[in-house]
Ligand binder design. Structure first.
Ligand SMILES: NC(=O)c1ccc[n+]([C@@H]2O[C@H](COP(=O)([O-])OP(=O)(O)OC[C@H]3O[C@@H](n4cnc5c(N)ncnc54)[C@H](O)[C@@H]3O)[C@@H](O)[C@H]2O)c1
Length: 368
């Protein structure tokens, strides 16, 4: 990422927000904190009351009932796509075709095939598509990533990645939730995807997954729990649990390396205090020195990611998380479903264009 003074003098980014529901507020807050880098020029939502209230609150000059008119009249540099997942593919494609980059909420699309389509529509010098995976951007994750990459922790050996949350049946009253055709999946696709993305950002490429998915308790189309174990190209193995049935909620990530155990315990976001490092005997001094010298003081969250995205756009660089990186995570999600429903281990090569899990996360459908 360019941090040169030239970027500081680059023109401000002209941003628009598409979809003014729950998560759009986090985008608005992140943008409002950086007035010297970005100007919110327009919002759009099919719900007139929602978009008007949102636009008035943010003092955004233009408010539209549809994306096409917004793109036509405003030509923003960046569109924050905060609509339900089933709309992302068409809306991001429309942005790219109009020359606007898109920062799209997770999951970026309903399938890996759709995400590949978006990647193909990007230009090498933009417009780009980036996916919101905000847990990559807290200082703890940046520090962990640096230490793993530099070898300061030794070889990663075994990892645990739990997203054990609780959602009552009423949570699924929102019409797009809990359905394969509109949300793309249950806690694997919609909730644990954040923590799985962070796991992949830290450990790199996965090579094999064996999984189980169940609909244990909620009246929904998708799973409400999944369990998986994953082999990584670097030799590490990880155990993953994604649940919406866990009254004591927690997000937990643990990576045991040769020289230390790294742990993150939080719920929906973390600060430095949520991380813990435990050196192996004989490695205390080196591990603590490396841990203390890394980045500090930045919480995970939309603000942290949006700051990186704006800086890259102003430097004419592809913003994080690129479609290539998001594809790796989406392929793991597809791999969990494919393994669970086909009842066999799955590698990324099994998820190509001839796989039903390429175009639909549920493939030929779960048998429940
Ligand atoms: N990153 C995170 O931590 C996080 C957390 C929650 C939700 N999300 C994601 O954010 C997205 C939105 O979730 P939400 O909870 O804000 O949903 P929401 O239902 O609260 O808001 C969606 C908004 O999109 C609008 N909309 C629907 N169709 C539209 C269209 N065709 N054009 C314009 N606007 C349209 C709706 O009127 C609504 O205001 C989802 O992809 C979800 O998975 C991400």
């Amino acid at each position: 990422m360019d941090t040169s003074p030239a970027v500081d003098s680059a023109p401000t980014v002209r941003a628009a927000i598409l979809g003014t529901g729950n998560i759009a507020r986090f985008h608005a807050e992140a943008l409002s904190a950086l007035p010297d880098q970005v100007e919110v020029v327009a919002v759009a939502d099919v719900n007139e009351e929602a978009r008007t209230t949102f636009a008035n609150h943010l003092a955004v000059p233009r408010s539209y009932g549809d994306l096409a008119t917004l793109l036509d009249e405003v030509s923003p540099d960046l569109v924050h796509v905060c609509t339900p997942p089933g709309l992302h593919r068409d809306q991001v494609l429309a942005c790219l075709q109009a020359g606007s980059s898109a920062l799209v909420e997770k999951p970026p699309t309903l399938s890996t095939a759709e995400l590949e389509e978006l990647a193909a529509a990007e230009g090498t010098r933009g417009p780009w598509v980036a996916t919101v995976f905000q847990h990559r951007f807290g200082s703890g994750a940046l520090r962990a990533r640096e230490m793993l990459a530099s070898g300061a922790l030794g070889r990663p050996l075994v990892a645990v990645c739990h997203t054990t949350w609780f959602r009552e049946q009423s949570y699924f009253d929102v019409p797009w939730r809990g359905r394969w055709d509109t949300e793309g999946g249950g806690p694997t696709m919609g909730h644990g995807i954040h923590q799985m993305d962070l796991l992949l950002a830290l450990l790199g490429d996965w090579v094999r997954v064996s999984a189980t998915a169940r609909r244990q308790a909620r009246a929904i189309d998708t799973e409400d729990v999944s369990l998986a174990h994953v082999d990584f190209a670097n030799g590490a193995v990880a155990s993953i649990v994604n649940s919406l049935l866990s009254p004591r909620e927690e997000s937990y990530l643990r990576i045991d390396c040769e020289r230390a155990t790294l742990e993150l315990t939080h719920l929906y976001g973390y600060g430095d205090d949520n991380w813990r490092i435990t050196p192996a005997p004989g490695h205390e001094e080196d591990v603590w020195a490396a841990w203390r010298s890394g980045p500090q003081g930045v919480n995970s969250g939309h603000s942290a990611q949006v700051a990186h995205v704006l800086r890259c756009l102003r430097a004419n660089e592809a913003p994080p998380v690129t479609s290539t990186e998001a594809l790796r995570t989406m392929r793991l999600v597809a791999g969990v479903y494919a393994s669970a429903f086909l009842e066999r281990p799955i590698s990324p090569a099994d998820l190509g264009a001839d796989s039903p899990f390429h175009t639909r996360m549920n493939g030929d459908g779960p048998r429940w």
